[in-house]
Design a protein around this ligand. Structure first.
Ligand code: MSP
Length: 564
């Protein structure tokens, strides 16, 4: 399936964003950029629906938003406005270019949710029943059986006995979907990724599925009044999670965008997997069923392709928490970006982040190590080394002039009796092929490592061919100049291809390189074509001016303290 529509969770606006929220949105951003590149689809546009559509946003009707607003002497919506703006600002700083930002308090969303829930009530998938559970009268909250038991059926705050309480509530008939959900998991092994998460859900599915409460009562307490009402019943509001999940659909449920559904991938973290992997697909099945039951317009509501559930960031080996006060905040990320560049922050997060099943550590020493290895001594140094030699040995009117390749795209070390062969068209095609394969499993670390491995290959090639030594022989043997040109062309063209592969992460430095080398992006070219070695439309053209890029990444001193 072609990746068309990519989403992130919508984040609670009770607080400001931190690295965790930025990370998921960054993953979606890099994936969107990589997909646009792979497909050669149109770039982002505010008016037309682009080939790849990326949605993020905020989840606002949560009780904790109301509580937190009150603690700041604000109304819920004032507080939501302020924090939604903080999220948008954080994502702008991270250079995350989403196509739309949904806030669940927007009318376009509320109207659709009301419509969906109305259809589900009519079809019987949502029904009114009563909720019975252990209730803490002082805290005014229900506790699950497990928690109640842990607390010996007493309030954790007052010590008073919990009471058994029953109240009217709307339920979603999740139990009716157990078999269909299991069948879907079987038929679509790619539905939940990575594998470890899929197994986790399968394990839980074996315990069976119960119907889930999807409403909360509305009382005189203003804290209970923030939310979308259950259609036709003012005494109940739709539980925030049900309201929130619908965002993925509501945003594209318009005449212009409907063709984007189903979403290709919902990127989330492990904390909210159950909602996305089980409850959400069941809700969609139920909504789709309404087309048959009551002839609604929801026949188009198929299931998303993949729910991709990454792990968590921890900091210097410790879980991040409010009590420890050790969140990697936006300010921390800004300080790193200020010192090492935003691309370096994006690189570290994308390549070392918790994309797979393991948690990942935000550690200063690791950051510097990776920065030096991949960026300063990697692509940065390699590009400047190659450009330096071209400027020096093939000067042009300003800077250097791209040397002729004489159609020689492969190199064998015959002259020196060595055996090493560099088949650049094959090497670069393999690298771009790796990226394409990695994207089928949304594996950005693998995609980006294909780019950096290509840079390492160029470094190895320079060491083996030693063009700086060859240059010294040119005076005595003018024919060596041709060979020197061929070598340097091959280096530069391979670096160009690496820069294309790295560009979904390095969003400002790679365009700087393209500026200096006169190889701006290639509208309409897909990844495969953009990576054709030597003879492609995007290939470097002999005779064209090339200058050394400004320092792309300055080497970092590992002994230096973390930026404050
Ligand atoms: N509002 C719900 C989601 C509704 S989606 C229909 C929610 N919001 S949240 O603000 O708590 O964000 C949770 C998400 O933030 C996680 O799933 C993950 O994407 C991101 N992260 C929050 N902390 C994180 C880490 N420490 N590490 C990585 N990402 C984490 O749940």
């Amino acid at each position: 399936m072609t990746t068309r529509y990519i989403t992130t969770p919508i984040y609670y606006v009770n607080d400001r964003p931190h690295i965790g929220h930025c990370y998921t949105t960054l993953l979606a951003d890099a994936l969107t950029r990589a997909e646009r590149l792979r497909q050669g689809s149109s770039v982002q546009s505010a008016t037309a629906v682009p080939g790849v559509f990326f949605l993020t946003g905020t989840d606002e009707h949560a009780d904790k938003v109301v509580t937190s607003a009150a603690a700041h002497n604000m109304t819920a919506i004032q507080w939501a406005d302020r924090n939604a703006a903080e999220f948008a600002k954080a994502f702008a700083f991270m250079e995350c270019r989403y196509d739309d930002f949904i806030r669940t308090t927007q009318d376009r969303h509320k109207t659709r949710v009301t419509e969906y829930v109305t259809a589900l009530i009519k079809s019987g998938a949502i029904y009114k029943g009563s909720y019975e559970g252990w209730y803490d009268e002082n805290q005014e909250e229900y506790l699950t059986e497990t928690v109640a038991k842990e607390q010996e059926y007493k309030s954790a705050v007052t010590g008073k006995p919990l009471v058994r309480r029953t109240e009217p509530c709307y339920f979603f008939k999740l139990s009716a979907f157990a078999q269909r959900i299991e069948a879907h998991f079987k038929a679509h092994p790619e539905f939940v990724q990575p594998e470890a998460r899929r197994n986790e859900v399968l394990g839980r599915l074996r315990d069976g599925l119960n119907d889930v409460p999807i409403s909360r009562p509305v009382t005189d307490d203003p804290a209970t009044q923030f939310g979308i009402r259950v259609p036709g019943d003012e005494q109940h509001r739709i539980y925030v999670w049900i309201d929130a999940l619908f965002n993925y659909l509501s945003v594209v449920d318009t005449d212009e965008r409907r063709a984007l559904w189903p979403a290709s991938v919902h990127i989330i973290a492990k904390d909210i997997l159950w909602f996305h992997a089980v409850i959400w697909p069941a809700m969609l099945m139920a909504l789709q069923d309404t087309a048959k039951i009551n002839a609604t317009r929801f026949g188009f509501v198929g299931l998303p392709g993949t729910v991709y559930s990454h792990a968590y960031w921890v900091r210097e080996g410790r879980k991040m928490s409010k009590s420890l006060g050790n969140f990697v905040t936006i300010e921390v990320l800004e300080a790193y970006a200020g010192k090492y560049s935003l691309d370096a922050v994006r690189w570290y997060m994308l390549t070392q982040g918790p994309q797979h099943a393991q948690d990942a550590d935000f550690s200063h020493s690791k950051f510097v190590e990776v920065f030096n290895a991949d960026l300063a001594n990697g692509i940065g140094n390699c590009a400047s080394r190659v450009a330096n030699m071209i400027e020096k040995y093939f000067p042009g009117t300003s800077g250097g002039s791209i040397p002729a390749h004489h159609g020689k795209y492969t190199w064998s070390n015959v002259a020196t009796g060595g055996t090493e062969t560099f088949d650049w068209p094959a090497i670069t095609a393999a690298a771009s092929g790796k990226v394409r394969t990695a994207l089928t499993t949304f594996d950005l670390p693998a995609a980006l490592s294909a780019g950096i491995d290509l840079v390492r290959k160029v470094d190895q090639f320079i060491n083996v061919t030693a063009p700086f030594k060859l240059a010294k022989t040119v005076e005595a043997n003018p024919a060596a100049k041709d060979e020197l040109g061929v070598i340097l062309y091959q280096c530069a063209e391979a670096v160009r291809i690496a820069s294309v592969l790295l560009s979904p992460a390095l969003v400002s430095r790679m365009p700087m390189l393209w500026d200096a080398w006169g190889c701006k992006p290639w509208p309409g070219l897909n990844l495969e074509d953009a990576c054709v070695f030597g003879a492609g439309k995007a290939s470097l053209k002999p005779g064209q001016p090339l200058r050394k890029p400004d320092n792309l990444f300055m080497r970092a001193d590992p002994a230096e303290a973390p930026p404050a």
